[in-house]
Design a protein. Structure first.
Ligand SMILES: *Cc1c(COP(=O)(O)O)cnc(C)c1O
Length: 389
């Protein structure tokens, strides 16, 4: 009997070892892991560069309070800002903390310029921004908020893709629009680049902030460091987490200089956020992702993977409805519930994970190789074949 509460429906399988794209059970059974902790192990399991970084730092210094300077964090913040729109960073420990911090930054910005009435956040209905009380209310999904008491005020919602409704929902109290450029949990729903461009324009016209939640789709997952880069726009605030720690818990909120001015001493904090151990791992992840050719490899592997998945889709149109995604944030949408299909993939030693709209999420490590992609394709095809019989 497990003493862990049942808030997860766990599969009856556990692992004792991981290496690159693979996981191993106690008895040595090998699985191709295309979940990677849900886009967390961006460089695969026990990546030597990360093992080295954590080993080295663990012998020097683990944790000091944020009331002292932390050079490892200064370095990671410098890396994050030099590669992106941002000029300031606040470190956290998780995605939900990062999205909450993003909301706080947006509100505090308007407060600091004497417009404290502007404090409402406009989000896509049934999006995903984490599991804290505020974040579930931002997500606006009944499944997540039900039974958790009074609604947290200050959130409005619009339906995915409905720009008319989006414009209508903006009032003189709206501080920011917060969206995932690629909705991960929701079913790998990609917001088209023209749409992101339009939303940026709307924000400019209405003088509100644009928060892009890159917790799942960021850190190279899309083939660019941030997925919004495909739209050639600049956000005001970006929460990140998952991939930046490569398996070590790190969250952060990135912001422009303009809004960062509002975050004066005492406005926000985190005991663990940005500690030397976490930061040294984050620095190693950044160095790997920005190595020459790394992101172009993600893109070429993605092109190959998507085109091969579409070939399978065309062979089995009664099973697969659509192939979705960008980079290595991919989804196979089925016509019917995906539970059984995911189980069959697992039986064939391929690990995947569900998302909304009958989607099977495929999240290989960013440094996956073609041979491993071929292994996955073969398993997916075989499972499709077994359905046709
Ligand atoms: C996973 C996720 C979060 C929450 O991250 P946690 O680390 O689980 O708190 C927030 N936003 C998006 C888009 C996510 O995918």
């Amino acid at each position: 009997m497990s003493s862990i509460a049942k808030n997860y429906k766990r599969r009856n399988i556990s692992f004792t070892k991981g290496k690159g794209s693979f996981l191993y059970t106690h008895s040595g059974t090998k699985y191709l892991d295309f979940v990677q902790g849900i886009a967390v192990n961006s460089l695969g399991h026990t990546n030597p560069a990360l093992v080295n970084a954590i080993n080295k730092q663990s012998k020097k210094l683990w944790h000091v309070s944020n009331s002292f300077k932390i050079p490892e964090g200064e370095e990671l913040a410098r890396k994050l800002t030099s590669k992106t729109f941002a000029s300031a960073v606040i470190f956290q420990n998780s995605g939900a903390e990062a999205t909450e911090a993003a909301i706080k930054v947006a509100r505090r910005y308007f407060y600091s310029i004497g417009q404290s009435k502007k404090n409402r956040i406009l989000c896509i209905k049934n999006s995903f921004h984490g599991r804290t009380i505020a974040a579930i209310n931002a997500s606006g999904s009944k499944k997540m908020t039900e039974g958790f008491g009074p609604k947290v005020a200050g959130f409005d919602h619009f339906e995915f893709g409905n720009h008319v409704e989006l414009k209508k929902k903006i009032t003189n109290q709206t501080a920011a629009i917060m969206i995932e450029p690629i909705m991960g949990e929701g079913g790998i729903k990609v917001i088209p680049t023209w749409c992101l461009k339009e939303i940026r324009k709307i924000c400019d016209n209405k003088k509100i902030l644009l928060i892009l939640d890159e917790v799942q789709c960021g850190i190279g997952r899309s083939g660019k460091f941030f997925s919004y880069e495909y739209a050639n726009i600049k956000p005001d605030i970006v929460p990140i987490a998952k991939g930046i720690g490569g398996g070590f818990p790190i969250g952060a909120v990135l912001m422009t200089k303009k809004v960062s001015k509002a975050m004066v001493p005492g406005t926000h904090g985190s005991t663990f956020g940005g500690n030397p151990l976490a930061m040294s791992v984050g620095n190693a992840v950044m160095d790997e992702i920005f190595k020459k050719g790394f992101l172009s490899k993600v893109k070429s592997n993605s092109r190959y993977f998507i085109s091969e998945l579409n070939i399978i889709k065309n062979k089995f149109p009664k099973i697969i409805k659509e192939i979705r995604g960008v980079g290595l944030l991919l989804g196979i949408q089925l016509h019917h519930d995906q539970t059984k299909f995911i189980e069959n993939l697992l039986k064939n030693k391929l690990l995947t994970i569900r998302a909304g709209e009958n989607v099977i999420r495929i999240l290989p490590p960013l440094n996956v190789n073609k041979k491993e992609i071929d292994m996955a394709l073969k398993i997916i095809k075989n499972v499709c074949k077994s359905y046709n019989n």
